[in-house]
Ligand binder design. Sequence first.
Ligand SMILES: Nc1ncnc2c1ncn2[C@@H]1O[C@H](COP(=O)(O)OP(=O)(O)OP(=O)(O)O)[C@@H](O)[C@H]1O
Length: 465
Amino acid sequence: MNSRILIVEDESALAQMLSMHFEDEGHEVFHASCLREARELVPLHQPDLILMDQGLPDGKGYDLLKELQEHNTPATMVMMTAEHDLELAIAAIKAGAFDFVHKPIKTDELNHTVNRALEHQKLARQVEVLSSVSNEALTEPRLLGKSQAMLDVSKEIALVAGSNARVLITGESGTGKELVARAIHHHSQCPGPFMAINCAALVDNLLESELFGHERGAFTGATDRKPGKFELAENGTLFLDEIGEMALPLQAKLLRVLQEGTFERLGGSQQLRSNARVIAATNRNLPNEIDAGNFREDLYYRLNAMQIQLPPLRERAEDIPTLVEGLLERICRSEGKPNLTTTPEAMALLKHYHWPGNIRELQNVLTQAVIRARSNFIGEQELCISKDAHYGVQSINGFTHSDNASTHSSNNANEALSTLADLEAKHIQYVLDYTGGHKGKSAKILDISRPALDRKIEKYGLTVK
Ligand SMILES: Nc1ncnc2c1ncn2[C@@H]1O[C@H](COP(=O)(O)OP(=O)(O)OP(=O)(O)O)[C@@H](O)[C@H]1O
């Protein structure tokens, strides 16, 4: 694969010879004849490799090396040093140079060093991508279910995995939209990574920077250049969860990438291209959001080339035994416990509960049950479903809640006379439990911002499952 190489050399004959040599090798070559030019060209062309002379008209190559290292410039650097200057060669390696080549330059030595440096660069890039892929992606959970609805979903996954079309996955929170997106990516066998981003979890400008990346100094605190998910998901899949929460200005920017395949990093002017396949998900009714002026119609049609709709768990109760079995196996393994099974009474309870938080809620209930269990069986008493929740809300955002108790009708005088702060803490904890610890969803229900929710969680010492 050809790379971008920057040669920082003031001797024009040598610079020309090196440029021709690397161009012949199929690389893209840029040339700077002094430090000032190099400082301009690095952010502009983002070279993979910088081949740098020491003595330049406006300073030392070694100083630029240190400067670029301090700013975490991702390029690999090779110094060109005079044969006798071993001290400098050692100092350069200590300061982060990959290697050095002695002048006068011998082609064999140069090729050997540059090829190793480029290989190193490629590996460093792969590590960067892998470290941004969550652990969950590496231990991919399997999609479980035997109902006709899930068989239909499996067929649709197989169908869309074979194409490169964009997919919109719809369904209530916790129905497995991200898992389906991962399954599409897995079966599509595209060589790049799967990158996920939750559009509800970040404030607008942070989301923009996560998606498109930013240049150093693009905003306060942007001390380094950072690639965005569109770059990191090269040849792979970018999963945009909760797309319905994206602000309109950002929707316009997203539309441009989907239409033209190009974007710029925040604070940058260089046009970058993205070939990442976009899969989006939402638990909102996007046509209604379009009518309400909250979502761009053109973006909806761009995202919705294919649609997969996930049914809520309560509409496929026949999947519950399979899910319970599979999830218990996974949870017991991760908790280091022997395989547990449910009693028939516990299974009946699980089958009849209406699961407003869908499979995420089922998973949370089973995890708690596994932790509580003192035998090889999980009974009704281990199942902490809201039947016995003490803080009651009849309906949250249209979901009906089965709990009949209410704080204000409580017989417990202390509870009825609790402080506003106590009530606030309890209510936030209740909403966090209700959403299965989903902070974006909780903040929405509570009608507060995500940072405000974080502050309150810390203030009251609340638990996020
Ligand atoms: N069919 C399934 N089989 C096994 N596990 C599942 C299934 N569906 C969902 N899960 C598990 O339930 C949890 C929630 O799933 P996921 O995050 O994919 O839901 P979601 O619809 O994307 O939720 P949200 O809208 O809140 O982001 C995950 O841990 C996932 O592994």
